[in-house]
Design a protein around this ligand. Structure first.
Ligand SMILES: Cc1cc2nc3c(=O)[nH]c(=O)nc-3n(C[C@H](O)[C@H](O)[C@H](O)COP(=O)(O)OP(=O)(O)OC[C@H]3O[C@@H](n4cnc5c(N)ncnc54)[C@H](O)[C@@H]3O)c2cc1C
Length: 244
């Protein structure tokens, strides 16, 4: 008698688990979903004929296996879609043209396509726009202002000298790594808005998993490197802080 696996939730995790069980084992997956849709918080809804993502998603992963997995499900676009063409006309092919995948599907003909998009994400903070993911750029420094930069620097040096002893929550994790001032400036409100949970109620492990490679020294090194070389791969493996 074959086994059955009950999966709670038809978000990306539940759907992926079910797909893997179906394709690799003889275990029968049954997904139980409480809402009327599949896709969880990564779902795309159709509103007045427009497809809209619930959380402004773009797909990236540091893992080649994960990237390949999703590209098998949604192959990269191989032809320009209507909006690509319109944007190219508007910007006279300057800023928007994307590298299309050879033999990839045409998004005007099929739905199962991973669209390749140039994107600009920004955080509106202190009545100014900051690049997101946060970069150590000239704009960031000007936007923050001299006094805040000094405060950030002092509080960073402080935690380097007087290390946080117990790292229990995500808040402790951020403070221990970046200092209180940088945490309050960039991570506290933003993370709570995205995940709906305050940083002091999220486990420290979450931070360690998602942003283990991020540090102030790496950010400075990345800023210097990016003056000379722009990252343009769709994997965006070198992207800095990505809580989303
Ligand atoms: C604003 C925002 C932007 C984001 N941007 C990106 C991005 O750009 N790139 C990226 O890779 N990730 C992004 N993410 C993260 C990504 O959305 C999540 O990592 C991913 O959706 C998690 O998938 P999941 O299946 O674990 O959970 P979810 O997507 O949360 O799915 C869980 C599912 O389980 C169902 N469920 C819950 N409880 C029950 C229950 N008791 N019984 C039955 N069903 C239940 C829910 O209805 C839901 O459908 C973003 C998240 C947010 C909030």
């Amino acid at each position: 008698m074959s086994k059955t696996a009950i999966i709670i939730g038809a978000g990306p995790a539940g759907l992926t688990a079910a797909y893997e069980l179906l394709t690799r084992t003889d275990i029968k997956p049954i997904i139980i979903e409480k809402s009327n849709d599949i896709g969880g918080i990564s779902k795309t809804i159709v509103h007045n004929g427009n497809r809209i993502d619930i959380g402004g998603h773009r797909f990236f992963s540091k893992s080649d296996v994960v990237m390949q997995w999703w590209q098998n499900i949604l192959p990269l676009q191989g032809a320009e879609s209507k909006d690509d063409i319109l944007k190219n006309i508007q910007y006279q092919n300057k800023k928007t043209s994307v590298k299309l995948s050879v033999n990839g599907p045409d998004p005007e003909k099929v739905d199962q396509v991973m669209l390749i998009r140039k994107r600009l994400s920004r955080i509106f903070f202190l009545k100014k726009f900051f690049n997101y993911p946060i970069t150590l750029s000239k704009e960031t420094i000007i936007n923050l202002g001299f006094f805040r930069i000094i405060k950030i620097g002092v509080s960073y040096i402080w935690v380097r000298i007087f290390k946080v002893k117990k790292i229990e929550s995500l808040e402790d994790f951020f403070i221990s790594r970046f200092g209180t001032e940088l945490y309050k400036t960039f991570f506290k409100d933003y993370t709570q808005k995205v995940w709906g949970v305050p940083c002091n109620e999220i486990e420290a492990d979450w931070g360690a998993q998602r942003i283990k490679e991020l540090s102030v020294s790496r950010t400075i090194a990345h800023a210097i490197k990016s003056i000379f070389k722009k990252e343009d791969s769709i994997e965006q493996k070198k992207n800095r802080y990505q809580p989303d």
